[in-house]
Ligand binder design. Structure first.
Ligand code: CA
Length: 225
């Protein structure tokens, strides 16, 4: 479970991170809106904890940009110091999934976090992705291209699901590796050979190549024009 924590108040950020890490989650940390956006678009997170009161771009704007410009569906829980209905409504309006008022108890944050992650992964599990003539169904673990069945290994399936979910956005090499192996990365050629084989299975024999490698950056599933 990888969480992005966006909070400019260092002591609070540290205690939240320590609590969540003790609960078995991995936590990345951003102290302002710009770096939060950077993290959130270059890495896949299971959830984002987003403080509203940030220097410069505030949490509401970060949330809005993630939803509208980056078309991110990552579950977001907003934090605010003020128990005001205005903030709560503005948070939901900006696309937040839940809302927590400071000061809060850590177990409550953990419980809410788990709830929004469960909700979103429940949805993700049911989701059927379509890009061009390529169709992936998570529920039946099946992939077809132009109605022809494609047999994939578990790892190939995970890579393709990630690329289809994010398409047409670029998915960084790090995001794919972390999704496949967590922190225990194999040697650097493992991903390359999975993608090579995946591309053979998905693209070979078709006029349009959907899987694109961006050297030094990552991968993308490009929808046909
Ligand atoms: Ca703050």
């Amino acid at each position: 479970m990888l969480i992005l924590l966006v909070e400019d108040h260092r002591p609070l950020a540290e205690s939240v991170a320590a609590y969540l890490e003790a609960a078995g989650m991995q936590v990345d940390f951003a102290a302002n809106g710009l770096s939060a956006l950077h993290f959130a678009v270059t890495q896949h997170y299971d959830a984002i904890i987003l403080d509203i009161g940030l220097p410069g771009m505030d949490g509401l704007e970060v949330c809005r940009k993630l939803r509208q410009e980056s078309r991110s569906a990552t579950p977001i829980i907003m934090l605010t110091a003020r128990d005001q209905l205005d903030d709560r409504l503005a948070g939901f309006d900006a696309g937040a999934d839940d809302y927590l008022v400071k000061p809060f108890a850590m177990p409550e944050l953990e419980a809410r976090l788990n709830a929004i992650i469960r909700r979103s992964s429940g949805d993700a599990f049911k989701v059927r992705y379509e890009v061009g003539d390529l169709v992936l169904d998570s529920a039946t673990f099946s992939v077809t291209r132009a109605s022809r069945q494609i047999r994939l290994s578990r790892k190939q399936f995970e890579i393709l699901r990630l690329l289809m979910r994010e398409s047409p956005r670029i998915v960084s090499r790090e995001t794919v590796e972390r999704a496949l192996w967590g922190d225990e990365l194999p040697d650097s050629d493992a991903l390359r050979s999975h993608v090579y084989n995946l591309r053979k299975l998905v693209d070979k024999g078709f006029a349009t190549e959907l899987i694109e490698t961006l050297p030094g950056t990552g991968f993308r599933l490009r929808p046909p024009a």
